[in-house]
Write a protein that binds this ligand. Structure first.
Ligand SMILES: [Zn+2]
Ligand SMILES: [Zn+2]
Length: 325
């Protein structure tokens, strides 16, 4: 057999078209793999477009290319507690909001304790796997719920909206322009809203425990455990989020959970804090961030909503970010 007739992978000008197609397919597969496995945000993008919280002295600021840019950098803080927008938003945290958070935390903790006792009384060796499976489903669902709530609050609405604007959207706007402010919030301010949203679910569980016959409770035990554990993980979400912004002085067990990706890791959450804050919204474990980004889930959802309503995503977020000084 003539050696020139032996087809080579991707070689052009061979007698058979198959090897050329194979070569093109291999190149396409390589490109696809490279794009698919590429980091969502590069170190350069993180460095240039977010506030580096592991550098308290701000030594990592990007070098200015000219004197005008240098002057602008000195006069206009892009992020942090000196940002005028961040200061204005922090000032909108009211006494009424604080009272609402304290009441919600109290009610939620009481319901959580009651439901915990009701479940504990029914724990047996043969339903342990049910509880563990419900916990796994609960934590995955909580991660998705955290992403959906975070995306909604970050992307739509405005601080000027009555009731929800100042009380529920304000902390999201403040968090983007001063990410470390969460580390200065106490337990009540950090956890008030995430505990509050679980109250209806916990109320329903308590009602089921006191009103349903035991046979019905046993039949629904998986779903009872699922809703209870979902409520626990949702309630804990903002505390976990706060830990992901805390680069100094965390207890060793929190660092262990972050490093083993059981809860939202610090380096992972930095991807969300790269302007314009359009991805990595899940903040309980962060497990769903990568698959949702690869599916372009948030982007496609935003395109549909923008087309239907004409509202621009993150218009209010952008407005506050520009109130620099
Ligand atoms: Zn955000
Ligand atoms: Zn954050």
């Amino acid at each position: 057999m003539d050696s020139t007739a032996i087809p080579h992978l991707g070689q052009s000008g061979t007698s058979s078209p198959v090897p050329q197609h194979l070569g093109q397919a291999a190149t396409a597969a390589c490109n696809l793999a490279t794009n698919f496995l590429a980091p969502v945000k590069t170190e350069r993008q993180i460095y240039e477009n977010s506030m580096l919280e592991d550098d308290p002295n701000a030594n990592s600021q990007c070098p200015a290319v000219n004197s005008e840019e240098q002057q602008q950098q000195q006069q206009q803080p892009r992020w942090g507690p000196n940002h005028r927008g961040a200061q204005e938003l922090a000032g909108l945290y009211s006494r009424g909001k604080r009272i609402q958070e304290v009441i919600c935390l109290g009610v939620c903790c009481a319901l959580m304790s009651c439901d915990f006792l009701f479940i504990l009384l029914r724990v047996k060796l043969d339903n342990l796997s049910t509880i563990l499976l419900a916990a796994f489903c609960g934590v995955v669902t909580a991660d998705f719920v955290s992403g959906l709530a975070h995306w909604t609050a970050d992307t739509w609405g405005s601080v000027e909206l009555p009731v929800i604007g100042k009380n529920f959207l304000r902390p999201f706007r403040e968090h983007h322009i001063d990410p470390t402010s969460i580390t200065r919030h106490d337990f009540v301010e950090t956890n008030g809203d995430t505990f509050a949203v679980t109250i209806p679910v916990l109320c329903k569980l308590t009602w089921d425990f006191i009103s349903l016959p035991e046979a019905d409770i046993q039949r629904r035990f998986f779903w009872i455990c699922f809703w209870y554990e979902l409520a626990i993980f949702v309630a804990m979400t903002n505390q976990i989020h706060k830990w992901s912004h805390t680069y100094f002085g965390l207890p060793w067990y929190v660092v262990w959970l972050q490093e083993h990706r059981v809860i939202l890791p610090r380096r992972h959450h930095r991807v969300h804090h790269v302007a314009p804050h359009e991805t990595y919204f899940c903040i309980t474990t962060g497990w769903l961030n990568w698959p949702l980004e690869k599916l372009q889930f948030w982007y496609l959802l935003e395109c549909c909503i923008e087309r239907l309503t004409g509202c621009r995503p993150r218009a209010d977020d952008m407005k506050w970010a520009q109130k620099r000084s």
